[in-house]
Design a protein around this ligand. Structure first.
Ligand code: NAP
Length: 242
């Protein structure tokens, strides 16, 4: 049994990734921060399809909480290890730089970037020992191109891309791959406040993406077939930016 941990698996892109990986035989660990109802819904969806799933609540931006949760999971699964980690948990707090408060900056950096650091360093050790692992970081178009109103979010996602490239070089020899995906506009709770009708005019394929489309890409990068892809950032944005 191979275990895949998806942070922020309760909703949106994370939920779709959980479903896709479960369908492909992984036992899923669904992390979430506070929306237990949504996490239970994800769990039920997977179980209804015959998949294996468990919930693991923790705040990715809290290093101690991450350590405690992973330790607890490892004690409950002494024979197993997490071979696939999807760092998907993320938030945005958009505002123009001149209005940006310390809290807007810190919350976004802490969740999107420190979250990656806290969880990856814990899970990586077992991957290295077992000489196999897949780490997929959910970055963003914003981390490649930058977007106005997202100085905090663009900084966090660009740093995540840098970390992806660096870590890939550290762990490649142990058959652990590290890649990032960079979605454009995807229809989830995170983008529900955006003016979709107007924004989609800029997107060559003429629509927002679906969480399932990002999940398919992540699923490939998480597979054994993707062994020769590492340190890569794959855009999935309907042609908005190449
Ligand atoms: P979403 O629908 O808002 O879902 C966010 C998920 O992250 C939820 O499961 C949430 O848990 C979890 N989360 C937030 N903060 C957390 C924390 N501190 N600890 C643990 N879990 C936390 O967002 P989404 O659109 O699916 O986005 C998923 C990822 O894709 C994010 O990294 C985002 O930056 C990236 N992305 C999204 C888009 C887009 O257009 N949607 C584009 C590019 C990149 P709860 O349910 O408990 O709140």
């Amino acid at each position: 049994m191979e275990y895949a941990l998806v942070t922020g698996g309760s909703r949106g892109i994370g939920r779709a990734i959980c479903q896709k990986l479960a369908y492909n035989g992984f036992s899923i660990i669904v992390n979430y921060k506070s929306n237990e109802m949504a996490a239970l819904e994800t769990k039920k969806m997977i179980e209804d399809e015959g998949g294996r799933v468990e919930l693991l609540q923790f705040d990715v931006s809290d290093g101690t909480a991450v350590d405690v949760a992973i330790e607890k999971w490892q004690q409950a699964h002494p024979e197993d290890y997490i071979s696939v980690l999807v760092n998907n948990a993320g938030i945005r707090k958009d505002t123009m730089m001149i209005f940006m408060q310390d809290e807007d900056w810190q919350d976004v950096i802490n969740t999107n970037l420190f979250g990656f650091f806290y969880i990856t360093r814990r899970v990586l050790k077992d991957m290295l020992t077992h000489r196999y692992g897949r780490i997929i970081n959910v970055a963003s178009l914003s981390g490649l191109k930058g977007l106005p109103g997202q100085v905090n979010y663009s900084a966090a996602k660009a740093a995540l891309i840098g970390a992806t490239k660096s870590l890939a070089q550290e762990v490649g020899a142990r058959k652990v791959t590290v890649n990032a995906v960079a979605p454009g506009f995807i229809a989830t709770d995170m983008t529900e406040d955006l003016d979709e009708a107007n924004l989609k005019k800029m997107i060559p394929v003429g629509r927002f993406g679906r969480p399932e489309e990002v999940a398919s890409l992540v699923n490939f990068l998480a597979s054994r077939e993707a062994a020769y892809i590492t340190g890569e950032v794959v855009s999935i944005n309907g042609g908005l930016y190449t």
